[in-house]
Design a protein around this ligand. Sequence first.
Ligand SMILES: Nc1ncnc2c1ncn2[C@@H]1O[C@H](COP(=O)(O)OP(=O)(O)O)[C@@H](O)[C@H]1O
Ligand SMILES: NC(=O)c1ccc[n+]([C@@H]2O[C@H](COP(=O)(O)O)[C@@H](O)[C@H]2O)c1
Length: 200
Amino acid sequence: MRKLIIGIGGMTNGGKTTLSKSLPELLHNSLVISQDNFFKDDSMVPADVSGFKQYDTLDALHMDRMMADIGSWQEDPQGFMMSRDPSVKSTASEPSNVCVLIVEGFLIFNHGPLNTLFNKRYFLQIPYEICKERRSSRVYVPPDPPGYFDGYVWPMYLKNRKAMEETVNDIVFLDGTQKSEMLLSTVLADIQEMLMITQR
Ligand SMILES: Nc1ncnc2c1ncn2[C@@H]1O[C@H](COP(=O)(O)OP(=O)(O)O)[C@@H](O)[C@H]1O
Ligand SMILES: NC(=O)c1ccc[n+]([C@@H]2O[C@H](COP(=O)(O)O)[C@@H](O)[C@H]2O)c1
């Protein structure tokens, strides 16, 4: 069984989840793993000197658990997919098929061991004003306290992005202000081309 691991990283509210969710509907044998599902419990996330909870760092995430899930998929993609979604039909008997894992999250390229697994890396970016606007209508658990975006989220984005750019150089940057359909068709066409090459 051949495998492809696609990384959809990007800024908070860049549109990672929206794009990732649409792909399995159009790609056979594909599954999404979201970094958002691996946040530690609030009681385990410390606050900085300003009192802001430090959610925008790898330390706030159970990366060990996320890596374990990805490892399970690598060992047995069909079995892992069926354990996640029993309605998925096994196509293991079909010749030359490829399983695709889509890993999405805001810090997926900042984690060295995870970053090495990707066959392709995308990063959704949006301007500051749009990011702030989209974030203001999103409710996290716990919700953002007043001043969190400018006092913590944006400075951390700049810091994390700098670290990413210092260590990773083959990222395809996508304009997250484009229409969702446009982003989907661009990435889908790209993945389909990779599938054709992989299946040869
Ligand atoms: N291409 C897009 N154009 C306009 N709004 C978008 C687009 N993609 C996502 N959104 C909106 O932006 C917000 C964040 O999207 P989401 O996919 O959850 O981002 P992320 O997973 O990167 O945090 C949601 O309100 C979503 O509807
Ligand atoms: N899911 C959670 O437990 C949780 C809690 C608080 C903040 N967040 C925020 O989630 C953001 C990352 O996720 P998105 O890329 O989906 O916005 C971070 O900027 C972080 O501040 C998530």
